[in-house]
Write a protein that binds this ligand. Sequence first.
Ligand code: ADP
Ligand code: MG
Length: 314
Amino acid sequence: MTDQELAIKIRGLKKTYDGEGATEPKEALKGIDLSIPKGSIFGLLGPNGAGKSTIINIIAGIVDKTNGNVEVWGFDINEDTRNAKANIGIVPQEINFDVYFTPFEILELYAGYYGIPKAERRSEEILEAMRLEEQRDAYTRFLSGGMKRRLLVGKAMVHSPPILVLDEPTAGVDVELRQHIWQYVRDLNEKGVTIVLTTHYLEEAEELCDEIAIINHGELVICDKTPNLLKQLDEKMVVIHPVSAIDEVPIEIREIGAKLNEEGAIVIHFSPSVITVGQILDKVAKTSIEIADLRTEESDLEDIFLQLTKSEKE
Ligand code: ADP
Ligand code: MG
């Protein structure tokens, strides 16, 4: 992928938070490389404390990096800060607007910060998209949590950036609102906006993202297109205990990958989309093996996630 095709390019990104007083310095990012394609919905997935918000906050210019390079829409965030900021909208994890203004005033205020002339502002349109028309002139502090969150998204869009970054957009929101946010994200993406979102919900990443990067302990564990990651899900295992011990796997089932484990059981990893358990058992029936016990195991994204993010220390 060429640089022109990247919305965000991150190379060797490191961050160590200085320890204050008695606290130890914290190495939150240990050298992250990410290539986020233009037009994608890209998910940064990882458990709490993995370093997701640190990456987002560095991209947003809220946190200073310790080392490495970050380009937003081709602009280096340190050398060309203004252009980098103009091309990105950030929806932070925490609500960060003044609740004593009305939603309309907040959108106008931020459009002002970005130097958007009055005639080019989109406050009404954004309120409508966020389903906040009725709350246009209400005091924001009286809005529900869901409405505040929608306003947070709207606020990130006042300058029509080609990239929208959402940090845990659905953390702690109810199922209905989650669906609504997902739909809005999809709509924006269809209009050409590149979406980057962080989440610790596998389901959310699976549902929305074209590509997923899994982060753990400040390191990139895996990054791939969602279907490729899910292909790893298309893997099951069958374990067959024979009635009498065997010392060699019969040729009929060796060709489907059967192996003996240390307990003398036959283990076969297979993709259900390629071969069924029934077909495997048909093959086993053609051998002299008598089955004493049989069990199948399925791996899902949850397993892969746990496996990949398992800490050596834990
Ligand atoms: P995530 O968003 O994936 O939950 P964060 O990026 O918020 O993770 O945090 C990564 C690590 O850095 C955590 O161990 C967290 O405690 C630490 N951290 C985050 N912000 C600060 C800070 N301002 N000062 C010191 N440590 C921090
Ligand atoms: Mg976070």
